[in-house]
Design a protein around this ligand. Structure first.
Ligand code: AHM
Ligand code: MG
Length: 334
């Protein structure tokens, strides 16, 4: 049977009363912006878009040309549609209220326009991650504080992975679904409905070069995985690390696994490496909706009460039983 398009999927969800017209439009606009980003990435060196932009973001990280371009594409596409009250991006210092010249809606959109940007110049998968919240009642010009809502408040989350094929993975809180971009038609087509992440796994993803900087429970957890069949876990575990969170989480969506970016001595002062609002929360919503779990190691990710727009957190995400095991190592140590 021919797969249905994202447009048709969203109209069906609207008719069933699961989303309203504004949220449908918002998702369509984000998906369209992701197609534009996909085209820019696909051109590679021919498009003149590789390399450094020569600027830095608020977190002191060097921006790539594609970081800046992807941010502009998402901003421009979403500003005038009338479905948003404001936007926030990993690449912008502060949130961006919709200018008064445009119609306004009731949603807030947050995004990491191009995640994994260290991989752009080497032609390895990168992605876009986004999260949608309600704008608090009575607020027409939201500021940073209005975005500080826990992950449980998300009404929608998704990512696009720009790999051998471009895929959009989406949740509106009713399962997690994957759409593949049909490049000839220019449409995202529903290719997996209701993704189910296996509860058990023998595959983990972590930057092992940080091992000496980790806390004791993380050292113990990974040490036991590496001990293999003879160790306390009684199994040989395999390791994969793309260094693009979107690609690593997409692999877990497809065949299970655990992804971790824990606290380490280098990122301890910042609270972790990955960002709660643009990376951890949307990915945690998607993974939970696919039967997986997500934690900081000490707390369910979606329950974390944010204190800053660019706040960072430790991340353990993926197959349910494996995430619970990693959390147990932390609980028993603390
Ligand atoms: P970015 O948003 O600046 O691209 O940073 C986030 C990325 C994640 O995609 C990835 O998991 C991690 O940083 C890679 O870190 P490392 O360079 O330590 O491997
Ligand atoms: Mg990122």
């Amino acid at each position: 049977m021919k797969p249905i398009s994202l447009t048709r999927f969203l109209i069906q969800e609207q008719h069933a009363g699961h989303i309203n017209a504004d949220l449908r439009l918002l998702i369509e606009v984000v998906a369209r912006a992701c197609k534009t980003i996909s085209n820019a990435i696909g051109k590679g060196a021919l498009g003149g878009v590789l390399g450094e932009a020569g600027t830095g973001n608020i977190q002191g990280e060097a921006q790539k040309k594609l970081d800046v371009l992807s941010n502009e594409i998402l901003l421009e596409a979403n500003e005038w549609g009338g479905h948003l009250a404001g936007l926030a991006s990993e690449e912008m210092d502060h949130s961006h209220p919709i200018p008064n010249a445009y119609p306004k809606g009731n949603y807030l959109l947050l995004f990491d326009p191009l995640d994994g940007s260290s991989n752009i110049d080497v032609n390895i998968s990168v992605g876009t991650i986004f999260s949608v919240l309600h704008c608090p009642d009575g607020i027409t010009e939201p500021s940073d504080e209005h975005f500080l809502q826990p992950g449980t408040a998300q009404v929608c989350a998704g990512y696009t992975t720009y790999g051998p094929s471009t895929m959009l993975v989406l949740t509106i809180g009713r399962g997690t679904h994957a759409f593949t971009l049909d490049r000839e038609q220019g449409s995202f087509m529903l290719t997996t409905r209701d993704i189910q992440i296996p509860a058990d796994t023998r595959e983990f993803a972590v930057n092992m070069s940080n091992q000496r900087h980790w806390e004791t429970p993380m050292q113990n957890y990974i040490g036991d995985l590496l001990a293999g069949k003879q160790g306390p876990r009684g199994s040989d575990f395999n390791m994969r690390w793309v260094a693009s969170m979107v690609a690593d989480v997409h692999r877990i969506m497809t065949r299970g696994g655990i992804f971790s970016y824990p606290l380490d001595a280098k990122c301890r002062d910042k609270g972790g490496k990955l960002r709660l609002m643009y990376e951890a929360n949307p990915m945690s919503f998607l993974v939970e909706q696919a039967g997986g779990a997500a934690s900081t190691g000490r707390q369910r990710m979606l329950d974390v009460m944010p204190t800053g727009l660019h706040q960072r957190v430790p991340v353990f995400i993926g197959s349910k039983n494996e995430v619970e095991t990693a959390v147990r190592y932390h609980r028993e140590f603390d």
